[in-house]
Write a new protein. Structure first.
Length: 163
């Protein structure tokens, strides 16, 4: 049985595709790619069909990550097939909770940085879109750090499932 994770930000061209690429790499490194499916989406459809922001692509590629991506908008019907919906900031968390058809679906939503024990109280991954390239580098660092804890949590969930 496949465990499905979807990362969600605003337009699905910066933070969520970055998180998707990083987490997919972590899943592959851990030998779980046959058990874990990773994708991403945006709360809005402004960039649907577009590639990731060029700054996202360059930062990912410079750090050895895949950058192949096409933006799409998150659909409430997806909750039924997803095990975990990862919001990149509290605005996304609130938007996703409003979209959740059931209380069970709402419980699938988590903030990415909640998996980073050193994050403290600020669990948002700042939006780098309107800033400079260094914001994309900082975003990548936050995503990489939180992905360690997220992978541990997913592994724990998988322990109770049949392969």
């Amino acid at each position: 049985m496949t465990y499905r994770v979807c990362f969600v930000c605003t337009g699905n061209i910066c933070r969520s595709p970055m998180a998707e690429s990083v987490f997919r790499a972590r899943v592959a490194e851990s030998g779980l790619n046959d058990r874990v499916e990773v994708d991403s989406a945006g709360t809005g459809g402004w960039h649907e069909g577009e590639p990731a922001d060029p700054r996202t692509v360059s930062v990912l590629e410079e750090h050895g990550y895949d950058s192949d991506h096409v933006a799409r908008q998150f659909q409430p019907s997806w909750f039924s097939r997803l095990d975990l919906v990862i919001a990149l900031d509290t605005g996304h968390l609130k938007a996703l909770r409003r979209l959740a058809p059931t209380e069970e679906d709402a419980h699938k939503i988590r903030l990415l940085r909640s998996y980073d024990s050193a994050a403290g109280d600020d669990l948002d991954v700042p939006d780098p879109y309107y800033g400079q390239r260094n914001g994309f580098e900082e975003c990548l660092e936050m995503v990489e750090t939180a992905s360690v804890g997220l992978l541990a949590a997913v592994r724990e969930q998988l322990e109770g499932r049949a392969a």
